[in-house]
Design a protein around this ligand. Structure first.
Ligand code: URA
Length: 233
């Protein structure tokens, strides 16, 4: 059971003060009977709640993909810097979306958001080996010895040991890197441990999901088949 006014806010009916006015105006019904008391306890799973005659479904589960631009920190709030939350459409503000993992301020590319706590924990769990594919531009040239060191499991400059990863040189100063974990600045530090400074980094894939042609700075809901691939029920 939850308060009717909270349910209305979570359903996107409006802000707390807007919801107060909506209730006062008699625009809400619970099981067909007009209700003006926001403190009333309701059970949205079993009761039918309407606003202006339309049934409200409560806080819907949402999983979205962003093509993150550089210059935004992955955080729900920050006192000084712009956050990725600013790039989400305003109409999703009440849905309580959280970033899944993080990308550095200067890293671009695929960043997921969800309000599904179970999915969030499953995707960021260290036990769950979700492969993430990055495109990097860097100083120097990656070679076979670097690829072998990645495959064996690198030891970073501070002694941190990484899981085996894949380094594929794809051009002069360009590589594709696949990692199955998400340590702080992981790809930049892995490359630095081999003497290559990363100058540009973009995440292109996460598990079964690809950035595709989603424009930079844009967000879209995952398609049903993508949810299926993530085993979201
Ligand atoms: N590795 C990094 O170094 N930075 C990111 O943002 C993601 C992976």
């Amino acid at each position: 059971m939850e308060r009717l006014d909270k349910f209305l806010c979570d359903s996107g009916a409006g802000t707390r003060s807007q919801v107060k006015a909506i209730l006062k105006a008699g625009r809400v019904t619970v099981d067909g009977i007009p209700e003006k008391d926001g403190s009333r306890k309701v059970a949205p799973e079993t009761q039918v709640i309407t606003l202006d005659g339309e049934v409200l479904g409560g806080k819907r589960r949402l999983v979205v993909m962003m093509n993150k631009p550089a210059g935004y920190v992955t955080a729900t709030e920050d006192a000084r810097q712009r956050t990725v939350m600013e790039l989400l459409p305003k109409e999703w503000a009440h849905l309580d979306l959280k970033p899944v993992g993080r990308l550095d301020k200067d890293t671009e590319g695929l960043l997921l958001f969800t309000n599904d706590g179970d999915l969030l924990h499953r995707l960021i769990s260290p036990r769950q080996e979700v492969p993430k594919v990055y495109y990097a531009r860097h100083e120097g040239q990656a070679g076979e010895a670097d690829a072998a060191a990645f495959a064996a499991g690198l030891t970073l400059r501070d002694g941190t040991v990484c899981r085996p990863a894949v380094l594929e040189p794809i051009g002069p100063g360009e590589s594709r890197i696949t990692v199955c974990e998400g340590k702080y600045h992981q790809v930049r530090r892995m490359m630095a441990s081999r003497g290559m400074t990363v100058t540009y980094l973009e995440r292109r894939q996460e598990g079964p999901l690809s950035l595709g042609d989603l424009p930079r700075g844009q967000v879209r809901e995952l398609l049903p088949e993508e949810l299926l691939a993530l085993a979201v029920k």
